[in-house]
Design a protein around this ligand. Structure first.
Ligand SMILES: *Cc1c(COP(=O)(O)O)cnc(C)c1O
Length: 356
């Protein structure tokens, strides 16, 4: 988009950092935030006054349209500190493009590239101390856009706020994950907003997920809304299946989020001689493979955990356990990606982005 009038970011620093109160060894994901935030407002048809201010509540009119019509999109990305104190992002251009694809779908204005990158970099420089060294430690970055115009008229807002907040994160082991294959509820419909990182997609998942949790599962594997015959995503992650030595994952479509980690898993797997088939994956073939022993692994992929192995799954009244593999693809591929993220390995793909 045109960025004729790019104004420099105004910075107001905090007078008292909260970092001393944070126990970095006992972080609960997404609950602690750094000292500063980036904000930029869309008024009169353009984004103006990008600023960084101390982390604080937003004040919105109760009629702001985000509260009534869910015009809200977000992104999730991470910053990593290497052993020489270099700070890195992983494929941030993908997140930038995706937040604008999401915004377009929700009839929201796209955000200028320059503000996005300058906003992220300036914020990371200011809150650099919050990015801890050591594998598993990272800073989760959450850009989001909300409709702020005061009015309950059911039409797109004329005012928006773009915000970036950051939360220190540790790698965590949440225990074994068992998933329920959806046969009634769906996450997204054809022609809908499944491919957008829209806040509403998440709100809609909570109820069916809580039903699965009552049955003892941690997450739902979403199937296509029309037939429930095809496997699409696992919770809020993309999903991979290993049958024999082949990895299977569904092609992206308008019901599936085009994950940065998914793309990276496919590229890394192929570069390491693993056969990957990107094609519709049928529930029936996974059940058959589970029964004949050729189903070796299921894992989810996403920025938060990179790769999350699945220990077992349920379909209807049947329950299946996955074998414990000696050298699972999940851990092998995860290590290859994490080593690039933390600047511990060559990056032939050009995925790493230095923050300086
Ligand atoms: C964010 C998200 C993913 C993972 O995307 P990454 O870019 O890999 O973090 C997958 N599925 C859904 C529904 C998501 O919202």
């Amino acid at each position: 988009m045109k960025t004729e009038e790019v104004t420099p970011i105004k910075i107001e620093k905090t007078t008292s950092s909260r970092i001393g109160q944070v126990d970095f060894d006992k972080l609960v994901f997404g609950s602690v935030f750094t000292d500063h935030m980036f904000v930029c407002d869309y008024v009169d048809g353009r984004w103006e006054t990008p600023q960084i201010i101390p982390y604080q509540p937003l004040t919105l009119d109760p009629s702001a349209r985000v509260f009534h019509y869910a015009q809200a999109v977000f992104e999730g990305m991470k910053a990593y500190r290497d052993d020489n104190d270099g700070i890195w992002l992983f494929r941030p251009d993908e997140n930038f493009k995706r937040i604008n694809r999401s915004s377009e779908r929700m009839a929201m204005p796209v955000f200028p590239e320059e503000y996005f990158f300058e906003g992220v970099k300036t914020l990371l420089k200011l809150d650099e101390e919050w990015i801890r060294k050591g594998e598993g430690n990272s800073l989760y970055i959450r850009p989001f856009v909300i409709a702020t115009e005061p009015s309950v008229m059911a039409s797109p807002s004329n005012q928006y706020k773009f915000v970036i907040i950051c939360s220190p994160a540790q790698s965590y082991y949440g225990g074994e994950v068992r998933v329920k294959i959806a046969d009634h509820y769906s996450r997204a419909a054809s022609g809908g907003i499944g491919y957008a990182k829209a806040a509403a997609n998440y709100g809609a998942q909570f109820y069916p997920t809580s039903l699965a949790q009552k049955e003892g599962y941690q997450q739902v594997i979403w199937t296509d809304a029309n037939t429930h015959e095809y496997l699409e995503e696992a919770g809020t992650m993309n999903v991979f299946f290993r049958i024999g030595d082949t990895l299977l994952t569904a092609p992206t479509n308008d019901r599936i989020l085009d994950g940065v980690t998914r793309k990276s898993v496919i590229a890394i797997a192929e570069a390491n001689g693993i056969k990957v088939e990107v094609r519709p994956v049928k529930v029936s073939e996974i059940i058959a493979a589970a029964k004949d022993g050729s189903l070796k692994e299921i894992f989810g992929s996403g920025t938060a955990a990179v790769i999350n192995p699945v220990a077992g799954f349920g379909y209807g009244d049947e329950k299946f356990e996955l074998p414990k593999m000696d050298k699972p693809y999940a851990s092998m591929i995860k290590k290859l990606i994490v080593d690039i993220q933390y600047n511990k390995a060559e990056d032939p793909y050009g995925w790493r982005y230095k923050v300086e």
